[in-house]
Design a protein around this ligand. Structure first.
Ligand code: ADP
Ligand code: ADP
Ligand code: MG
Length: 453
């Protein structure tokens, strides 16, 4: 087992990882940018090392600074959290070549699955259905138009290197596809340094369903059930829950098997998530992508399985074997009840979800049985403008979905968080919305039911 771990991240996930390390008796070193010098979790870590000025490129994305910090702190492993360098195969390789364990999958698996086109091909060769679309990269507009003619509009242009809901454009006809092509390419180039695009049929009404996987380095792999992340804004998740209310037993089983097939084909290790599109009208599911890291919404899976996913990540990265059989996990899932998470973001939903950095006034978290608040904020905390707008996550559980929703409403009512606009009022509204409560919605929910996009 590791003696000391460096946390190469910030915010709620940095605090979340420190907590597990403490419980396991592992020392922690955490990096921070000048903008995060007042973060409370810096006090909880055994060591905090400044890695540069506020812009992420000069701090949380500055590989050399992070590796230097790891050397100074003399750690034996690095946990990358999510976002930033977590899905950067080069970073994983640099860590490993410095004899520092990277708490994540093998470098080759990150590289292969991080390329969404390569991942789709892998899924296909593993016998898992994929969304109708181009076989590989779409080199030019003419090819895009020809393909779109073949499987029909609307179509979606996606960046092979995309992530965070960015680099996607819907086209309803050839004219918009032509103009979207150049824009999407330029956007992908600017955002990901790679303008490679591919084309998919745009599924107009879908549920986002994903399967959590954990695998060790000895060939053992477990699926930890699914999460439904259908409530999204701008293709980014806002609410996540487990299990999904949209699928029956048979579909659940089929999706789980599909996820296992893909990850086995990739010889996957550590924690990862296989994302699917579920077309409820057609009763069909399609592989979408793999996220080769811990996900923001991992706590809902922790609630229904009783596992600590960060602990499992650390254990398998240090070479330990998984300690459960799939059967035991299935038993836990069957009796695990229902868990829901919502993201409390410093954003103004009425202003197109524009970030609202600033000073938080009073903050007081809800508490009680089956209520968990994962956040690094506190009263008077200054939200920096440089990073993701997520302030934290409220996670609740219940015997069933209705009980969990009810608990979520009360918890949101109890949550005191003022000073800046946040997603809290919108979330409260959603949890009271008849269609959400009935489980009758798709990824257009915020647009069609709340007038938000
Ligand atoms: P999930 O919720 O499935 O874990 P998200 O897509 O919300 O994944 O991404 C997790 C975090 O990483 C978010 O903070 C998001 O802004 C960030 N992120 C993910 N991919 C990218 C990317 N390619 N570029 C910038 N930020 C990203
Ligand atoms: P990212 O890497 O940014 O997470 P994904 O490929 O996972 O990108 O897609 C993010 C979201 O975009 C999905 O959850 C879904 O809402 C939407 N989306 C992606 N592909 C399609 C599609 N073919 N049809 C309709 N919606 C899609
Ligand atoms: Mg995704």
């Amino acid at each position: 087992m590791f003696t000391r771990i460096l946390i190469a991240n910030r915010g709620e996930i940095a605090l979340r990882i420190i907590r597990t390390c403490k419980r396991l008796g592992i020392e922690t070193a955490v990096v921070y940018s000048q903008a995060d010098k007042d973060a409370v979790y810096l006090k909880l870590a055994d060591r905090a090392i400044c890695i540069g000025p506020p812009p992420a490129k000069q701090s949380y994305l500055a590989m050399n600074n992070i590796v230097a910090a790891a050397e100074i702190a003399d750690v034996d492993a690095i946990h990358p959290g999510y976002g930033f360098l977590s899905e950067d195969d080069h970073f994983a390789e640099v860590c490993r070549s410095c004899k520092i364990a990277f708490i994540g999958p093998r470098t080759e698996a990150i590289a292969k699955l991080g390329d969404k086109i390569a991942a789709k091909n892998l899924a296909r060769s593993a016998g898992v259905p994929t969304v109708p679309g181009s076989d590989g990269a779409v080199e030019n507009e003419d090819l895009a138009l020809e393909l779109a003619e073949g499987f029909g509009y609307p179509v979606l242009l996606k960046a092979a290197a995309g992530g965070g809901g960015r680099g996607m454009r819907v086209s309803h006809n050839p004219i918009s596809l032509r103009s979207n092509f150049q824009q999407a390419r330029a956007e992908a180039e600017a955002a990901f340094g790679d303008g490679t695009l591919y084309l998919e049929k745009f599924i107009e009404s879908m549920r986002h369903i994903e399967v959590q996987i954990i695998a060790d380095e000895h060939g053992n792999l477990l699926q930890l059930g699914e999460r439904d992340c259908t409530v999204q804004r701008r293709n980014q998740k806002l609410i996540e829950e487990s299990p999904s209310s949209a699928i029956d037993k048979r579909t659940r089983y089929d999706i789980q098997i599909a996820a296992i097939k893909i990850m086995k084909a990739a010889k996957y290790t550590n924690a990862g998530t296989v994302e699917f599109i579920y077309d409820a009208d057609a009763g069909k599911f399609y592989f979408m992508e793999v996220n080769t890291r811990l996900q923001v919404e991992h706590p809902v899976t922790e609630c229904v399985t009783g596992l600590d996913l960060v602990e499992e990540q650390i254990r398998v990265a240090s070479g330990e074997k998984l300690r459960w059989w799939q059967k035991e996990i299935n038993t836990r899932l069957a009796s695990g009840g229902h868990a829901i998470e919502c993201r409390i973001n410093a954003e103004d939903p009425r202003r197109n979800f524009a970030p609202t950095p600033g000073k938080i006034g009073l903050y007081c978290a809800p508490a009680g049985p089956l209520i968990r608040m994962d956040t690094h904020i506190y009263s008077g905390y200054q939200v920096p403008p440089y990073y993701d707008s997520m302030l934290g996550k409220l996670i609740v559980a219940g015997a069933d979905r209705i009980e969990a929703i009810r608990r979520m409403r009360h918890s949101l009512d109890e949550l005191v968080l003022d000073g800046i606009p946040t997603t809290k009022p919108l979330l409260r509204e959603i949890f009271g919305h008849a269609k959400f409560v009935a489980g009758n919605y798709d990824t257009n929910f915020l647009a069609t039911e709340m007038g938000l996009s």
